[in-house]
Design a protein around this ligand. Sequence first.
Ligand code: F6R
Length: 607
Amino acid sequence: MCGIFGYTGKKKAVPILLQGIKTLEYRGYDSAGIFVSGCAPVRAVGEVKNVEGAGGLTKCVGKAGIAHTRWATHGVPSLRNTHPHTDCEESLYIVHNGIVENYKELRERLENSGHSFKSDTDTEVLAHLVEDAFQKETNLHRALVRALKDVRGTYGIALMHKDFAREIVVARMGSPIVLGIGKGEQFVASDPSAIIRHTDTMLYLEDGETAVLSPGGYKIFSSGNKTLNRKPEKVDSDIGEIQKEGFEHFMLKEIMEAKDVFDATTRGRLDLKEGVAHLGGIKDVEEKLQNMKRLVIVGCGSAYYAGMVGKYMIEEHAGVPVDVEIASEYRYRAAPDQKDTVVLAISQSGETADTLACIKEAKRKGLLTLGIVNVVGSTIARESAAGVYNHAGPEVSVASTKAFISQLIVLVLLTLYLGRQRRMGIGEGRAIIDELMKLPSKIQRIFDGRDAIELVANKYVLNRDFLYVGRKYNFALAYEGALKLKEVSYIHAEGYGAGEMKHGPLAMIDKDFPTFAISPKDSVYEKNISNIEEIRARSGKVIALGTEGDMLLASLATDVIYVPKTIEMLSPILNVIPLQLFGYYMSVARGLNVDRPRNLAKAVTVE
Ligand code: F6R
């Protein structure tokens, strides 16, 4: 989390830096700050726009600087905790993304040796460590390298010193850092999307590496501080500017992009004749996948729930045993994985710290690693041995919507791929593709009926608790629906397997505790109907999500939202859309910041 941006070149740095951290605001929006050579640092609580025009920034003509947008880890969101942080002499400025895990002991040591601190952050220890190291070193880069020897934890760092006005020193350990290489100007950022408007020539730092940027060029150094000659690469310029295009919020825009996402995710990958999917990114590991005996899917939040749906798809249609694990658990568990186990990470951002750690752990064990990743060139994409890009395009709103849909679509493609390597016949493969290709028109039908979903949301806007239930393919959707509601509307919601109701949650049901029951006409339909009856018998209100034309559901439930019929395996792709829209309309009705829910950030790069 936190966004870092730096610039050194021929132009006025302030507008470039502000633009840069605005692009990175999805990573955190608790506070923002900027330091430009020759000017006083400027900091403000809240969004980047609060920094604009503050502290005489408009008069600052310096041509190099660093900026930061914060997602608070250590210390509340306040002015004193806003980056850039500085040393005792206020001669160097540092912006940091990550966590200094041993900051308490370092701070104690530094305070005992006379340093005085101005913030509650872990980052400030870095500034004081560099201050000390600078006494013993000849330049700022060497001072940073020396200082980092004491640091345990993760960091993406950009550092400047008043006496070296055009130089930016950067370092990476576990938090992404990308350099943008221009003509007479250089950039550094947490993410290429902030650089692409200036140059598509970029260089990703690896863990342990450091770099020095000046207008005329850059130098990168290995973890052993040896000069490296790595060539920059051309980055896809698709990651350009993103607009709301007439929608009130990015979340609604991104939900409404589901059909485009379908096209982009499936483009060139479906082979109806052979009943298979072609996935270029895993072609090189085809044989290893043929020999795979077990698949472990790891992810966090919505990506984890997508994995849960994937388990049902792959086990039923490809016959491969699948375990799905929350990444923050898997990474610390001594999982006795055999060599023929494959670990698949699902991540929109490709930067989620826990998911990345699972990939590293799996590699350490010698396992084949795969990624289903949306952000091209992100760390998980680069660390995985092979993988499939979602091609869902940039997702700006914090809540995952279109990315989740594309994750489900990629999992269908993977099921076809693995299935056709194994027991799936050509007829079954063709039938799945045939149904898959009908989804865009069905998605449109859901969009056409979205006003009805808004009406249902408005009816329940004062409720404070919700239960979401589902079974089989839609079991994970109960969790995903509840997550969507809680994160954007701050309403307490819990997901449950419908079959679990009698084992505890039913006790909570009364007239003020509604249940969202996902009950399409599928192989567990009758079981779901019984569960709905049990809730209704206890005066519980039920919003049922069912298949078009199901009149029984309408007679049982308090409210019904219909979706078009499809095959069981594909039903989550349709069913999730009303769940996303319901969460969205609830948030709007409650007047909340839909795209930037409190306390959250889009890329979770800390544990
Ligand atoms: C929920 C949401 C999060 C993410 C999770 C993983 O709407 O967005 O739960 O799904 O933080 O993020 P990625 O997919 O970037 O690894």
